[in-house]
Design a protein around this ligand. Structure first.
Ligand code: HEM
Length: 456
C-alpha cells in the first residue's frame, strides 16, 4: 500500500529502459513498462529483443480486432500463460476451432439467460450486505477480498449450481495459486521461447490445476448422469444442451470443463476488480457516492438490486463504466501479426508483436478530456464515445462473451452496497495498481464501511 494522489495511477516510463530493466520491471508490474507517450500518441513502436507496436488509434484498433481478425491472432505469450489452466477453450482457440465453440456457447449468454441468472447475483449481493453489516458500526474492510468472495459465489453458482460435491474452495485456491505463480510474466514467455523451456511458475502452478480439472470433470460427469437440477438452468446445463448451429457438434467433457473453467477464471476476478476499483473511486469522492446512493435508494427501497432494476440504475452503471476505463482489468492484450501490414501509416512486419495497451488507450489525451480524473458523467451519453476508444471488453468477433453478465452483476452488487453503506477512505492508505494477469489493487482496497439506517 502506498500514499498517492487520487485516483492512483501507474507511473509510466519517461526515459528509455534497457532490456534487462524492462524484464525485471515487467515481472512486478507489466504496465510499468508502458511509455508515457502511449497516453499522448496513436501508436508507439520499438524493439526489445522482438519488434513491437503499441496501438492506441481507434481506426487501427478496429482494423486489428474486427476487419483483419484472422491476421492478428492472440499472441503466444497470452496463450502460454493461460493454456495450463483453461486448455484449448474459447479464450485461446483460433480459426475454425474457436468459431464452433463461440457459436455453441453464445446462446448461453443471451439476454434471456442473463435475466434468468440474475437471482444468483442478487442472492450473492444479499450475503455480502449481511457480512458487511455483521462487522458492526464502522470498520476498515478490504473490499477486494469481499468482492472476490462475492463474485466467486456467483460464478460457481452459475457454473455448477446445486452440486454440493463440487469443491468450491479447492477450485478457488487452485485459481488463486495459479494466478499468483504461473500468471507472473516469466522471462522465457516475454522472450517468446518455445513451450518446452521449463517455467518455474508453471511447474509450481500445475499440481493445483490438475486437481481443479479433476474436480470439474467429476462434477460434469455427475450432471450428465443426473440431468439438470431443479430451477433455472445454469451455464453447465446450457452448455451441455448446446450444439454448434452449423455442424451440430456438441462439447466433450474435456471441452466443457475447459470452457467452464475459462468462465470461472475469466469471469470472477475481473468482475471483482471492477467492483473494488469502483468502491475505491466512490470512497474518494463523497459527492458522487451520495448521488449514486440517492439513485440506488429510490429504486431499491431498502432491498438488494435485481435484474429488473439494472436499467433503472444508469448512474451506478456510469460509475462501473468509469472504473473500467481507469482500471481496465484486462489492461493489456496482445496479438501477433501474421502478415505485413500498415497501421497508422507505419509498417508492421509479419511476426511483430502488436500490443493493445487498454490502460493507455483509456487515458490517451487525444481521445479523452481529463483522462486521469474520475468523471463517471462522461458515460451519460454513450454515443459521444468512439467505440474503439473504450475497450474494457475488447471488441470485434472476439469481444468478451461475458460482458453483459459482468455488467449486470457489477450493477446489482454496487447498487446494493451503496444503498446500505457509506464508504470512506482509510487515511493514508491507497491501493497500488499492479498488473500481473489482471490489473489488481496491490495491498487491497481498504475502506471504512459504515452501515446506514434502512430506507423503506
Ligand atoms: C468486468 C469483467 C470482465 C472483463 C473486464 C473482461 C475482459 C475481457 C477482454 C478484454 C476480453 C478479450 C481479450 C482479447 O481480445 O485478447 C475477454 C474475452 C473473454 N471473456 Fe471476459 N471479461 C470480463 C468478464 C467475463 C465473464 C463474466 C466471463 C464469463 C462468464 C468472461 C469470459 C470471457 C471469454 C470466454 C472470453 C474469450 C472470448 C473469445 O475469444 O471468443 N469474461 N474478456
Amino acid at each position: 500500500m502506498v500514499q498517492n494522489a487520487f485516483p492512483v495511477r501507474v507511473p509510466l516510463v519517461t526515459e528509455p529502459m534497457g532490456l534487462w530493466k524492462s524484464l525485471q520491471t515487467a515481472r512486478r508490474n507489466v504496465l510499468a513498462i508502458l511509455p508515457e507517450i502511449a497516453t499522448r500518441q496513436p501508436m508507439v513502436s520499438g524493439k526489445t529483443g522482438k519488434r513491437w507496436h503499441m496501438v492506441m488509434d481507434p481506426d487501427a484498433l478496429q482494423h486489428i480486432l474486427r476487419e483483419r481478425l484472422p491476421d492478428y491472432p492472440k499472441s503466444d505469450v497470452t496463450k502460454n500463460l493461460l493454456r495450463p489452466a483453461i486448455g484449448e477453450s474459447l479464450f485461446i482457440a483460433e480459426g475454425a476451432e474457436w468459431m464452433w465453440q463461440r457459436r455453441t456457447a453464445a446462446p448461453s449468454f443471451s439476454h434471456r439467460n442473463m435475466t434468468a441468472l440474475a437471482p444468483v447475483m442478487t442472492a450473492a449481493a444479499e450475503r455480502a450486505v449481511q457480512r458487511l453489516a455483521a462487522n458492526g458500526p464502522k470498520r476498515a474492510i478490504n473490499m477486494f477480498d469481499e468482492m472476490v468472495q462475492t463474485t466467486f459465489e456467483v460464478i460457481s453458482d452459475v457454473t455448477f449450481s446445486g452440486d454440493d460435491a463440487f469443491d468450491r474452495d479447492g477450485v478457488h485456491d487452485a485459481i488463486n495459486n495459479y494466478i499468483n505463480t504461473a500468471g507472473k510474466i516469466s522471462l522465457p514467455d516475454m522472450l517468446g521461447m518455445p513451450d518446452w523451456v521449463p517455467r518455474l511458475g508453471r511447474i509450481t502452478g500445475d499440481r493445483a490445476l490438475t486437481e481443479m480439472q479433476k474436480i470439474a470433470d467429476s462434477a460434469i460427469d455427475r450432471r450428465r448422469k443426473s440431468g439438470p437440477p431443479k430451477g433455472a438452468p445454469d451455464l453447465l446445463d446450457l452448455l451441455l444442451a448446446g450444439a454448434d448451429p452449423e455442424s451440430g457438434r456438441t462439447m466433450s467433457t474435456e471441452e466443457l470443463r475447459d470452457n467452464l473453467l475459462t468462465f470461472i477464471v475469466a469471469g470472477h476476478e475481473t468482475t471483482a476488480l471492477s467492483l473494488s476499483w469502483a468502491l475505491y473511486l466512490v470512497a474518494g469522492d463523497q459527492e458522487r457516492q451520495d448521488k449514486a446512493r440517492a439513485e440506488a435508494q429510490v429504486v431499491l427501497q431498502g432491498r438488494c438490486a435485481t435484474g429488473d432494476d439494472v436499467p433503472k440504475l444508469p448512474y451506478i452503471r456510469q460509475i462501473i463504466d468509469e472504473a473500467l476505463r481507469l482500471y481496465p482489468p484486462a489492461a493489456l492484450v496482445s496479438r501477433t501479426a501474421l502478415k505485413d501490414d500498415i497501421l497508422c501509416g507505419r509498417q508492421v512486419r509479419r511476426k511483430d508483436t502488436v500490443m493493445i495497451p487498454i490502460y493507455a488507450l483509456h487515458r490517451n489525451h487525444l481521445l479523452w478530456d481529463q483522462p486521469d480524473s474520475f468523471v463517471p458523467e462522461r458515460f451519460a451519453n454513450r454515443k459521444d464515445i468512439p467505440r474503439y476508444a473504450y475497450l474494457p471488453f475488447g471488441d470485434g468477433p472476439r469481444i468478451c462473451i461475458g460482458a453483459s453478465f459482468a455488467l449486470q452483476e457489477a450493477v446489482i452488487i454496487l447498487a446494493s452496497l451503496l444503498s446500505s453503506f457509506r464508504f470512506t477512505p482509510v487515511s493514508g492508505v491507497s491501493p497500488d495498481p499492479v498488473m500481473i494477469l489482471t490489473l489488481r489493487p496491490e495491498g487491497g482496497v481498504w475502506v471504512m464501511s459504515e452501515p446506514l439506517p434502512r430506507v423503506h
